[in-house]
Every structure is written in C-alpha cells, then in structure tokens.
Design a protein around this ligand. Structure first.
Ligand code: SAM
Length: 318
C-alpha cells in the first residue's frame, strides 16, 4: 500500500544518517570507531557543508545529552526514539558516561538489522557482554535486552503499545530520563509527534527531551529540501506545517513540559567549543560559506525539561 511505501522510505533514512556520519568521521570531523560496523561502506564523497552540518548536529546533541548524564551522575536512563543505527551506547561506554540503561526504539525491520550487526561483529558485542552480569540476556531477532542496553521494535505513532513494551523491558518512570529524537519527529504528523512528546511529559517526573530536526521550511530553500525527500516518497509530514523555533517550543509547552528552548543550528554552530570548530574547519576547504549558513538555518535543536532540570543553560555557559 501507499502507507507501506512511505514507511519503507522513512526506514531507509537511517542508512543516510549512518553513511553521512561514517563519511564525516573518516575525514576526521569527530571520532566514532563503531560506526563502520553499521555502514556498508564509506560511500561517495559528501560536500564539506554536509559534513559540517553533521558535525554541528552530533556535537550539539551530545553536548546536551552529556550535560544531563554528568548532572545526574549517570543515575538516569536514556530513551533514543527512532535510534536507527546510532552508536550512542558504544560512545557512552567508551567515555565512562553510561547511564543505568539505554533504550532504543525503531521500526522492527531496522531493529532486526541493528541486532544482526551486534550479534555478528565482535567489536560491537564486546561492549554488550562487558556491561552485562546477570543471566537474563535476551538477544533474538527483534529485541535485545541486557543490563544496560535494550533495543525494541515498535512504531512511535502507537503510544500505548510503546509504553507497554518499554515497561516490559523494565523502564523505570521514577529515574531521571533523557529522551532523544534526532531527525525523527519530522516524519510524523504534528498530532502524532505531540502525542509522543505528551506521553513523555506524563510518564516521567524528571526528564529532558532533546529534539533535532528541520525548521523554517516555508522558504524557497526549505521547499527544495522537502521536494528532494518527496522524490524519494518520503513525506516530511511534520515539516510541511512550517515549524519555526517558536512552534518547536510550543509543542513542548502545550504538552506539559515546564521549560522549552530552541536554537537554529547556525546559532548552535557559533556556540560550540571554538577550538575544536577551528580544527574541524581546517579539514576541508569550504567554498560556499553562504550555503553552509542556509543549511544550518534550516535545522534546529529544541529541548525541554521537567522538574527544573534546566540543563539547556549549559549551552550559554559553554
Ligand atoms: N536517530 C538516528 C540518527 O540520527 O542517526 C536515525 C535517524 S533516521 C533519519 C530516522 C529514523 O527514525 C529511522 O531509523 C526510522 O526508521 C525511524 N522512525 C521514523 N518514524 C518512526 C516510527 N513511527 N516508529 C519507529 N521509528 C521511526
């Protein structure tokens, strides 16, 4: 059916993210020794502005996530919504920042591929085994559950099933919780993404939601971005409603979050540690500064918190 084709196209976006991240890390934009096990190859060359955009995305999201982990002494849990082939579990283990447990959710077919890679590649399974001490490891085709890392196949648009599955795998609503959605909400309708964000606000008393996605899509540049995705039958159901930074914040405030903030990626880029930005900018010559600016202005990080966990302030103090 038409719906299946659309969902299939959305599932394929996780390969784009992984291939771009692998290419940028192969050039030295940032380090990720585990991404090679999830991307089939380094792939074709990506333009420098794309690599810089991914750099800002990864550094910006990690900045907020790591601030939460440090503030809670890792006595918390992380839920990665639409995680795709993300390597956050391996990064946090290597950096000694592993929370009590990481939960990842994606469509069952994406999850099956991820679990297959973990099972068959020892540099991936090594971390899993090292962080697991009880005898209750579940590692089947569609789910993985260990002491510190859990992967669930579910549709984020079906909240009650999602809630039920997470609880079955021992999600603890009383623990401080970070929810992460990186290029995910944009593939849902505004009411579907609001429901997900509302569920999170109602489930946890102490939490932060970090969301990265397209913004300001109503201008010419944004329209071209939408058309490119539509050509691959991938509808940006959320973006067509013309999200601005204001409406990004509103989605959180209207669904029970106490504090919400949003920045476009041009602003985030200018706030990242400048020493590393200077190193990164030397990696590849960038001809079209304006193109980078335009690109960055069409992406944003928004975040929200509950219980006065105002960690977003760490952006301004950095
Ligand atoms: N967050 C990862 C990253 O940044 O590397 C992957 C991003 S990828 C662009 C979007 C991911 O969201 C895909 O893996 C897709 O399958 C997942 N996704 C989108 N809509 C979803 C839904 N309704 N239920 C579960 N997963 C979904």
């Amino acid at each position: 059916t038409c719906m299946d084709t659309a969902d299939e196209a959305v599932r394929a976006t996780c390969d784009d993210a992984t291939t771009c991240k692998r290419f940028a890390t192969s050039k030295g934009y940032w380090k990720d020794p585990h991404i090679q096990y999830f991307a089939r190859s380094v792939g074709e060359r990506k333009a420098p502005e794309i690599n810089r955009g991914y750099y800002a995305r990864v550094k910006g999201v990690n900045h907020l996530l790591d601030a939460f982990l440090r503030k809670s002494d890792c006595n918390c849990q992380v839920i990665n919504l639409g995680a795709g082939l993300d390597t956050v579990f391996w990064r946090l283990k290597d950096e000694n920042l592993l929370p009590q447990k990481i939960f990842e959710v994606d469509f069952p077919t994406v999850v099956a591929r991820k679990i297959h890679n973990i099972k068959t590649k020892s540099p991936l399974s090594k971390h899993l085994i090292e962080t697991h001490s009880t005898d209750s490891l579940i590692l089947d085709t569609h789910s993985l559950d260990s002491d510190r890392y859990c992967i669930i196949g579910a549709d984020l648009r079906e909240i009650s099933k999602l809630d039920e599955q997470l609880k079955r795998f021992h999600l603890n609503p009383d623990l401080p919780t970070v929810l992460l959605s990186e290029c995910v909400l944009v593939y849902m309708t505004p009411s579907q993404s609001s429901n997900l964000v509302r569920w999170a606000a109602e489930t946890f008393h102490t939490a932060m939601f970090i969301n990265y996605e397209q913004v300001n899509m109503s201008d010419r540049f944004g329209q071209v971005m939408i058309e490119n995705l539509q050509r691959r039958q991938c509808s940006l159901a959320g973006a067509e409603l013309c999200h601005s930074l204001e409406t990004q914040k509103e989605r959180f405030v209207k669904t029970g979050w106490e504090h919400a903030d949003a920045l476009d990626m041009m602003t985030v880029y200018s706030m990242l540690p400048q020493e590393d930005v200077a190193r990164m900018e030397c990696l590849e010559f960038l001809d079209e500064k304006e193109l980078l600016q335009q690109l960055l202005q069409h992406y944003s990080i928004s975040w929200a918190s509950k219980d006065k966990l105002n960690l977003g302030n760490s952006f301004s103090s950095s």
